[in-house]
Design a protein around this ligand. Structure first.
Ligand code: NAG
Ligand code: NAG
Ligand code: NAG
Ligand code: NAG
Ligand code: NAG
Length: 491
């Protein structure tokens, strides 16, 4: 268990290394940064027009909504992650992939991967992808336009028979590398109330030949990771540019029944208030303006908000929430001032205490207020998690304790994103949310007919259930924060 804590510490350290690395423009051979579409400046009128033309094309084609069946449970004492089921290949096989709004490509473990996990303690059956056994599968050449646009130019030393390679480094220090393949993706297109029909589209994704770090271990193994980032390489961008979907998606991660809702399309119910996405950042960043503890009259007093914008990363691939020290300390002091007589104990570096009453009554609600007055309401059951009988531990983490250099990281993961409908409207570059029952349903608009269809929550069940009691905190390991950098390896 101690080594797990070391791993937890490593996460943030590497996250930071990734950040700094992607900030400086490196010229070193073979390292490319994935270019963002509107990097640097605001979009030009020509870009807007191009956007409109694409939008019209899409309307003519009639883009539909997509329902991704979801499973998993984001609690630190449970699986600590959420995964979706997709089909790849012809004939199609099922793959279970972690949904991660913090990274940019879809990849699955490849048949040629020697040390990939063969079984998973999550109780799901793992499948290795083999482009040769799929009639629609093919390896993407490094000469192709996908490769050159991903890496911003021709690939040195490339010849037609060589594959387009990739390497992704995640914030927790794990990494994956392999080559891009093209194949048919099968997904559930929403076709009516509570109804879907099978649909498919050709997409390019990674065939992972080498995984390191936690990705190589079987304890929480999945078939791969489905990055829901904004870059052109993501599944969402590819489906959108093929005119199949709009660039809007939503998730509702359920900590009560597991699973929840993960859908692509224009959510019309519930309506959510939104806040602008910060432009030209590699993650989904929004701006925090203030924090209230226990009601609107009690703003948290810190210098943080005087010194400028507080960028906050929204990341479904991370289990907990990480706050910069200058926010963490006053916030925790304020929270615990509600119960001054607690006896604290440290369990695997988590700050814990025994409490017999109702924590909902005993502790304050916290409100994070973002630009354009969008509020994120966090209940005691969200920032504390129960670990055994009447022992409660704190889910908020001090970024500074993870690593000295990562002290300013402010990242909100499943801990606070759960039990809310979170909508990412990339067409309008906003993100929004509202408290929601993630075991219920939402309504999505069908572009073609204008009809509104009900999409239900799902909980993909695993073959066997987890021994939750014995799994305390192992799961924090699966923090899949991100580094958007793709590194190409030369021969
Ligand atoms: C990158 O290359 C350009 C021109 O080739 C040079 O001006 C610049 O200093 C280099 N930057 C780094 C970080 O090496
Ligand atoms: C993809 O969908 C088309 C119809 O839209 C169907 O004819 C084809 O068989 C499907 N392909 C696969 C691989 O499922
Ligand atoms: C991303 O895709 C769009 C539309 O397909 C294209 O206009 C743009 O140049 C691409 N961006 C990069 C960095 O390749
Ligand atoms: C959430 O929705 C489900 C399905 O509609 C319902 O069974 C359940 O009672 C709801 N939970 C709450 C707390 O309202
Ligand atoms: C959801 O799935 C998990 C395991 O995958 C299971 O433990 C749980 O009981 C399921 N919940 C419901 C409401 O079916």
């Amino acid at each position: 268990m101690e080594s797990r804590m070391l791993l937890l510490i490593r996460h943030l350290l590497l996250l930071f290394l990734c950040f700094t690395y992607s900030l400086e423009r490196s010229n070193s051979t073979g390292v490319f940064r994935v270019q963002r579409k509107f990097s640097g400046q605001r979009q030009s009128i020509a870009d807007l027009r191009a956007h409109d033309v694409r939008r019209h094309d899409r309307i003519l084609l009639g883009s539909g909504a997509v329902d991704l069946p979801l499973g998993g449970l984001g609690l630190p004492t449970a699986t600590g992650l959420y995964y979706a089921q997709i089909g790849i290949g012809n004939p199609s096989k099922s793959y279970y992939v972690q949904v991660d709004t913090g990274s940019d490509i879809l990849w699955v473990n490849c048949i040629t991967c020697r040390f990939c996990p063969k079984k998973s303690d999550l109780g799901i059956e793992l499948t290795l992808y083999d482009p040769k056994t799929s009639v629609s599968g093919s390896v993407v050449s490094c000469k192709g336009s996908f490769c050159s646009s991903t890496y911003g130019g021709d690939i040195p030393g490339c010849s037609t028979d060589m594959p387009c390679e990739y390497k992704v480094q995640y914030g927790d220090g794990s990494s994956t590398s392999g080559f891009f393949t093209s194949d048919s993706l099968q997904y559930d297109q929403v076709s009516g109330d509570h109804q879907t029909k099978a649909a498919n589209s050709t997409i390019i994704f990674g065939c992972g030949t080498q995984q390191s770090g936690d990705l190589g271990s079987s304890s929480e193994a999945l078939d791969g990771i489905l990055g829901f980032g904004q870059s052109n390489t993501s599944m969402l961008s590819q489906l959108a540019s093929a005119g199949k979907v709009r660039k809007i998606f939503a998730h509702c991660l359920d900590t009560i029944n597991g699973g929840g809702i993960f859908a692509i399309g224009n959510v019309v119910q519930p309506k959510v208030k939104t806040t602008p996405l910060v432009q030209d950042t590699s993650h989904y960043n929004v701006i925090l303006k203030s924090i209230e503890v226990g009601g609107s009259s009690s703003k948290l007093q810190t210098d943080t908000f005087q010194t400028g914008d507080m960028k906050t990363i929204i990341d479904s691939g991370t289990t907990l929430a990480y706050l910069p020290e200058e926010l963490f300390k006053p916030l925790m002091n304020k929270i615990f001032s509600y119960q001054p007589d607690l006896n604290f104990q440290t369990i695997q570096n988590f700050l814990c205490f025994q409490f017999f009453g109702s924590i909902e009554d005993a502790f304050p609600k916290i409100t994070f207020i973002f630009e354009d007055s969008l509020e994120l309401l966090i209940y005691p059951r969200d920032y504390f998690f129960e670990n055994g009988d009447s022992i409660w531990c704190t889910g908020f983490q001090n970024s500074a304790l993870q690593s000295r250099d990562g002290k300013d990281i402010f990242l909100l993961g499943d801990l606070v994103l759960s039990n809310k409908l979170v909508v990412y409207d990339l067409e309008n570059q906003v993100i929004g949310w509202t408290d929601y029952n993630c075991s219920s349903s939402i309504k999505i608009e069908d572009d073609k007919t204008g009809a509104m269809y009900t999409v239900d929550a799902q909980n993909i069940s695993s073959a066997r259930s987890l021994d939750i009691k014995g799994m305390f905190i192992t799961l924090v390991l699966l923090l899949q924060m991100t580094c958007i950098m793709l590194i190409i390896i030369f021969y």
